[in-house]
Design a protein around this ligand. Sequence first.
Ligand code: FDA
Length: 305
Amino acid sequence: MENLMRNCFLFLSKNKTITKLAKKYGLRLGASRFVAGESVDQAVQIIKNMNKKGLVVTVDYLGEFVNSENEALNMTNQTIKTIEAIGKENLDAQVSLKLTSLGLDISEELVMTNFRRIINKAREYQVFVTIDMEDYERCEKTLEIYKTFKKEYEHLGTVIQAYLYRAEKDIKELDAYDASLRLVKGAYKESSEVAFPDKKDVDENFKKLIRLHLENGNFTAIATHDDAIIEYTKQLVKELNIPKDQYEFQMLYGIRTDRQFELIQEGYPMRVYVPYGTDWYGYYMRRLAERPANVWFVVKNMFKK
Ligand code: FDA
């Protein structure tokens, strides 16, 4: 049953008609639990409060699978606006983005031009940028673009998904680039030809990748809400004597907030991924797919104002 719901939410996350409707009608169905508003001003207020409480963040202006040049340009401008807001408001924040939102599916030239504008602005304000990893189809291209820009911009990271068979090979190759990596389990629906179908294997691979990247001496963000992986990492950084500026935990806005504070109190570096924007629907459906129990939360909210 849980699997069926998961597949259903992942299917819905890519439905273009519902995405359009969701944009039009604004944050609904309990999405505000996971999305920090629709405007940059709303996001800034939330981030300021989080910073005050000791949480650092990475901000994502939501948008993905964009298929018009205008939309890609709008996404680029909004991300630049986000970087400017971080600089001007002196926020302890980085930026995350998806290359399909900048035109990856339209043309290489377009995505490179848009990304370059963002990187130039990030350089001006000294803001770290992480390129999120999307579905398998976009993985190779995303890594190529990452490698191209990493040569010229130091404050740049990307994501490796532990459910992919190719993950270990990618991490080994990225070592030559001193890559800052966020390691995650992986959020998309992939076939067993490219990804481990069993959760147990994904978890084992996740642990292996964390060790590999840390032992290579590279910055590693362990992005998970899974206590078993968090405990494993705590032991590992102790065993390998990893300094606090070489790793951090990351979690998503609205998920396990109590655990986020506990980790800070225990002295661990902790960053929260804060999405905002009108294009919240696909992101929200993936969060529901990860934990169908959250649907009860949605149902309850439907009866509130
Ligand atoms: P898992 O799903 O096994 O959950 C472990 C436990 O965490 C659950 O038992 C539950 O207690 C809790 N939990 C998990 N999800 C929850 C939820 N939605 N609500 C409440 N509790 C929940 N993916 C990707 O493909 N590309 C990317 O670029 C990114 N980027 C990214 C950034 C950050 C900061 C995070 C934290 C995650 C991502 N992800 C991602 C998503 C990632 O791949 C994965 O889908 C989710 O983090 C869920 O997996 P967990 O590791 O949390 O474990």
